[in-house]
Design a protein around this ligand. Structure first.
Ligand code: DX5
Ligand code: ZN
Length: 219
């Protein structure tokens, strides 16, 4: 079931007037997961969509949903997504008992992801690395698609990959924000193995070729 490289188109960059068609298109292009950015207008300065939309995507999608909660109280909201998600990712910076939330997500037999924003030091996630299925290293400040990749985040991937190898852990290292073939290649070299791409994928004239390029990208 677990692939060595995951490509997860971010639906935030889809055409919301024809989401079902866009989902079908990226699935046909070879996407492994669909990445869904939930924003509450508090944790980030934007509002995207909530459980009703995620449910609708679930009903048309055949690939698993990778739900990224950019909300202030992920402990309160994550149960609304459990019927539809394969992965639920919460931010270490949000207002909750991180350990308890990760445990509660796993208790639902859902993969627990932990996200870290660019300004947050790596040490913030270190205590939880043995309790997660995925570490989401944000490569832009969360809130909006279409921003430029921040190369200073590469060091977090290297540190996470080093700990993953040293402690025999197997969590995914996912990257999100400004991911294109060139930045994906840098992230892969730093240890990332799950790639979220919004603008790059939905904006590509040939989405299948873009999925393949992202999957194979090397420095
Ligand atoms: C940003 C979101 C991303 C976003 C990425 O807050 O978490 O998933 O959709 O978009 P691109 O790939 O356009 O940077
Ligand atoms: Zn995201």
């Amino acid at each position: 079931m677990t692939k060595s490289t995951i490509i997860a188109p971010s639906l935030l960059a889809a055409d919301f007037s024809r989401v079902a068609e866009d989902i079908k298109s990226v699935e046909a292009a070879g996407a492994d997961w669909l990445h869904m950015d939930v924003m509450d207008g508090h944790f980030v300065d934007n509002i995207s969509f909530g459980p009703t939309f995620v449910k609708a995507a679930f009903q048309v999608a055949t690939v698993p949903l990778d739900v990224h909660l950019m909300v202030e109280r992920p402990d309160h909201f994550f149960p609304r997504f459990t019927p539809f998600a394969r992965v639920i990712t919460v931010h270490v910076e949000a207002k909750h008992d991180v350990k308890k939330t990760l445990h509660a997500i796993r208790a639902e037999r859902i993969m627990a992801g932990l996200a870290i924003s660019p300004p947050t030091p790596f040490e913030a996630v270190e205590p939880y690395l043995d309790q997660i299925d995925l570490l989401l290293v944000m490569t832009v400040n969360p809130g909006f698609g279409g921003q430029s990749f921040m190369p200073e985040t590469l060091d977090k991937m290297r540190r996470a990959a080093e700990i993953r190898a040293r402690r025999g852990l197997s969590f995914f290292i996912e990257v999100d924000g400004g991911i294109y073939p060139n930045t994906a290649a840098q992230c892969r070299e730093a240890g990332a193995n799950a790639f979220v791409a919004g603008t790059a994928l939905f904006g590509a004239p040939d989405r299948k070729a873009m999925v393949e390029t992202l999957r194979k990208s090397h420095v």
